[in-house]
Design a protein around this ligand. Structure first.
Ligand code: UDP
Length: 140
């Protein structure tokens, strides 16, 4: 498999507990390279647009409130099979169901405040990367 890129967010529950470095270490130890990274405080409009696919879901308004409750760190990750590799290292959405050693098992507070986002397909990765980063900010 060729090098692939995916998009990741370290969520407000994790930045609040000063876990950025520990999460980055898990990503790097899994073979993912952080080729772009910046810390942002999302506006309501940005969070609503990013999660527009979940607009009809019952948790949408709470999710937008959570994602704007503190800083996030947005990232582009590169590696072999990066989309699937990042999903593996993140663990299940609900930390109660996440496997040992995954980021969500180690750090997530609950199904909403689950420490990280990761693209679920190469197509969505390209869309999400373009939402947050200019080409000049990505240094592979
Ligand atoms: N989420 C939530 N309640 C749910 C399911 C999801 O608050 O019942 C939040 C959670 O933060 C999750 C995000 O919505 O990471 C996006 O949900 P998705 O099903 O896409 O899960 P993911 O791909 O992040 O594992």
């Amino acid at each position: 498999m060729a090098l692939q890129r995916t998009f990741s967010i370290i969520k407000p529950d994790a930045t609040r507990r000063n876990l950025t470095g520990q999460i980055n270490a898990v990503l790097e130890n899994a073979g993912l390279r952080i080729i772009a990274q910046k810390r942002l405080h999302l506006t309501k409009a940005q969070a609503e647009a990013f999660y527009a696919v979940h607009k009809e879901r019952p948790f949408y308004n709470d999710l937008v409130a959570f994602m704007t409750s503190g800083p996030v760190v947005v990232q582009v990750l590169e590696g072999e099979d990066a989309v699937a590799k990042n999903r593996d290292v993140m663990g299940a959405t609900n930390p109660k169901e996440a496997a040992e050693g995954t980021i969500r098992k180690s750090f997530a507070e609950n199904i909403e405040a689950n420490s990280v986002h990761g693209s679920d397909s190469a197509e969505n990765a390209a869309i999400e990367i373009a939402f947050f980063f200019a080409g000049i900010e990505i240094v592979g």
